[in-house]
Design a protein around this ligand. Structure first.
Ligand code: ADP
Ligand code: NI
Length: 202
């Protein structure tokens, strides 16, 4: 962790997400934080304030996900309280809440600020490659889905479809050069996985 404040936030995230088993657990938040740090290292023009906003969002981004929480408003209030106690400015809190509430791929909101682009890249890198395969299977299992349907290869309700609907598109929606290059390698790995999978079930 870069700062004591991030340590405190990660403890909050641990309490919030440790019991999740749908691919959004505490370890995901930690990997997104690490990805964000790697991207930040390639962007020397970022101010300290921007870096802090990015890293804070990386840790907190899934704590307002409507798929995990019925009451997202309550989550926003909890986060505001936490950040105030850690002496974040009101304007930084506003930006952080905006970024984490607009992050989801499914919302399809384009990202204008460099801070949200970095958080988005960091989160999406964790949805592809070996980790991405594991998370898709975890998500599918949690939602009682089969991995594939041998009777119908167009069945939308199986996990493998998620690769075609989303995961194989992610390399083309990265913003930063660092994330683009990591995404290409992770994308190839997923294609290899799918190739092997189809070979084995043939
Ligand atoms: P986002 O934060 O962009 O909304 P999600 O929360 O939908 O992303 O996805 C979180 C994780 O769960 C990702 O690794 C994603 O691939 C996986 N996931 C989401 N929807 C599905 C699905 N229908 N089948 C399998 N995995 C899924
Ligand atoms: Ni996430």
């Amino acid at each position: 962790m870069e700062t004591i404040r991030h340590e405190m936030i990660s403890k909050f995230v641990f309490k919030e997400l440790n019991s999740d088993n749908s691919g959004h657990d505490y370890n995901h938040a930690m990997r997104v934080y690490k990805n964000a740090l790697s991207i930040i290292h390639t962007l020397p023009q970022l101010s300290e304030e921007s870096k802090n906003i990015i890293l804070t969002c990386s840790l907190l981004h899934d704590c307002v996900d409507y798929k995990l929480y019925k009451n997202v408003g309550k989550q926003n209030k909890k986060i505001t309280k936490l950040l105030k106690s850690l002496k974040y400015s009101n304007s930084d809190i506003k930006v952080i809440l905006e970024i984490i509430n607009n992050l989801s791929y499914s919302k399809g909101i384009s990202k204008e600020r460099i801070e949200e682009q970095v958080v988005s890249d960091a989160d999406r890198l964790d949805a592809i490659g070996a980790i991405g395969i594991i998370r898709a299977i975890e998500f599918g299992t949690k939602h009682n889905r089969k991995f594939y349907n041998p009777e119908n290869d167009k069945d939308k309700n199986v996990t493998i479809m998620h690769f075609y609907e989303k995961l194989l598109n992610l390399k083309d929606v990265m913003y930063t050069d660092y994330a683009k290059s990591v995404a290409v390698a992770r994308h190839e790995y997923m294609e290899q996985f799918l190739y092997e999978f189809y070979k084995e079930i043939k």
